[in-house]
Design a protein around this ligand. Structure first.
Ligand SMILES: *Cc1c(COP(=O)(O)O)cnc(C)c1O
Length: 473
């Protein structure tokens, strides 16, 4: 399998998986996508039904990572998807709440969000590839919560990798902050910036935009556009489908609370690969750029000022970074059309597919969407707890709210659980009048020693800090 860019780079020289693994954007500013989606015939697909998570992951990932020898990939998968790391051999177990309505629990990894499923694999893949090339990588990122902690827990103690993670000082939940700052591994560097998340992102851009500094210090990224993250997430859509159905060809609906469009995009890829998905139900919170697109076909990214802080904070995005990959598929994988649309985003603030030849393709793609607001979240957390005795987190509540509203009645509904409630205890307190019980490994985490360096929002100071602490070679 080889990779091209959504904006046309590499068209004459498609890249192997290893070449795109460590890169952020393609050189033309586009995103790496496979030349074509690997497709399982109906018979091949059904043959996967009895497989356990690790077997299934090996088969699915092998189609994307053809330049990693099969035995090596198998070893990486076995090392990643262990019961000790994810709580069960199922990794993403399905619980049936009632016939035709189930929860796919993707949040049982070390940092209690679905991001661990991909990030834990990435940690092992990076270490493997860097060791093969005898080189190191200094990962620079910014986080407002879940991504940073998932990346740090995946990279802690890995050979040849160090992490510099910027976070806005004092603006994450106490739990999220403690989770990151508690890490004592010398290759993890928490940097608290006196400023907002946008200031952190601007600093990352400033440092990574200095190409001389970037190559001198081998600066890399693990953001949500990394293709390996998408590929790793595809696996649990296969797994969830098999767990929720018993008949070949039976269709299902997946409901996914969405921000950067990475999780639900993996469901779209699974559908293209042969998973019988009838509906892809996308939920947003008050930050509704994606819902607006699927309702009106107008894509209008918001500015940082227009982005609201909500009680499902991991979906507080203004611009859905993975969305370009979906549009690439919708416009018949024509990079010239994608370049034109994203030129409209820069020049005119967005684009509108209504009335174009692509409108019908969007409709036929199976996506439907709606918003869920704070009051919906609270009501859904209460209702699910009283009916089924399960406490869900605010993001999962958004997905369930919208999933139940939009599902086609004949399709079994599978809602993806994207985090555990203990990460967002304040909202659970508001909904239920009590906090959820914490997994034992996180009890008292706020009082463990904190490892963090405070810096002002100043690119020169940040570069000096990186140069002092980065891995060489
Ligand atoms: C990251 C995240 C999301 C959004 O996922 P995307 O892939 O960005 O659409 C939803 N819920 C939780 C808890 C998250 O951490």
């Amino acid at each position: 399998m080889r990779y091209i860019s959504t904006r046309g780079a590499w068209a004459n020289d498609p890249q192997p998986f290893r070449a795109i693994l460590l890169e952020g954007l393609a050189p033309d500013g586009g995103l790496a996508v496979p030349l074509r989606y690997p497709r399982f015939s109906a018979a091949e697909f059904e043959a996967l039904r009895p497989l356990g998570y690790r077997d299934l992951a090996s088969v699915v990932l092998a189609r994307f990572m053809t330049d990693i020898p099969e035995g090596d990939l198998r070893a990486l998968v076995d090392k990643t998807y262990r019961k000790e790391t994810f709580g069960s051999d199922d990794v993403t177990p399905l619980v049936t709440l009632e016939p035709g309505f189930s929860l796919l629990r993707a949040s049982n990894g070390p940092t209690l969000s679905f991001k661990d499923v991909a990030m834990q694999l990435i940690g092992n893949l990076f270490e493997y590839v860097l060791a093969g090339e005898r080189r190191s990588l200094n990962i620079l990122g910014a986080t407002s919560g879940d991504t940073g902690s998932a990346a740090e827990y995946a990279m802690r103690g890995k050979r040849g990798i160090s992490v510099f993670m910027l976070s806005p000082r004092g603006r994450m939940s106490p739990f999220q902050q403690a989770q990151m700052y508690a890490l004592a591994e010398p290759n993890i560097h928490n940097i608290a910036i006196d400023g907002t998340f946008d200031d952190c992102q601007a600093l990352v851009k400033a440092v990574a935009g200095d190409t001389a500094f970037k190559s001198r210090w081998r600066i890399g990224a693990v953001n949500s556009i990394n293709w390996a993250r998408v590929a790793a997430q595809v696996v649990y859509y296969f797994k969830g489908y098999f767990a929720a159905t018993s008949n070949a060809g039976e269709k299902v609906a997946f409901a996914v609370p969405s921000g950067n469009f990475g999780n639900i995009f993996a469901a779209w890829v699974a559908r293209e690969m042969g998973v019988p998905i009838g509906q892809l139900i996308l939920a947003t919170n008050e930050n509704d750029v994606l819902d607006e697109f699927f309702r009106t076909l107008a894509y209008r990214p918001r500015t940082a000022d227009e982005t609201r802080a909500t009680s499902s904070p991991s979906m507080d995005i203004s611009d859905a970074s993975n969305f370009e990959r979906y549009i690439f598929d919708i416009v018949g994988r024509d990079p010239a059309v994608v370049r034109g649309l994203w030129a409209d985003v820069s020049d005119r603030g967005g684009f509108n597919l209504a009335g174009t030849a692509y409108a019908e393709r969007v409709r036929a793609s199976g996506f439907v969407s709606a918003r869920s607001l704070h009051a919906d979240r609270i009501a859904t957390i209460r209702e699910i707890e009283s009916r089924y005795g399960i406490i869900i987190d605010p993001h999962t509540a958004d997905g369930i709210k919208v999933g139940r509203a939009l599902r086609a009645s004949e399709l079994p509904l599978i809602c993806v659980e994207t985090a555990l409630p203990t990460k967002f205890a304040q909202t659970i307190q508001e909904a239920l009048g009590r906090e959820p019980t914490r997994p034992r490994s996180f009890v008292g985490i706020e009082s463990s020693p904190q490892h963090v360096t405070a810096l002002p929002p100043d690119a020169a100071r940040l570069k000096a800090f990186i140069a002092d602490h980065a891995l060489h070679s």
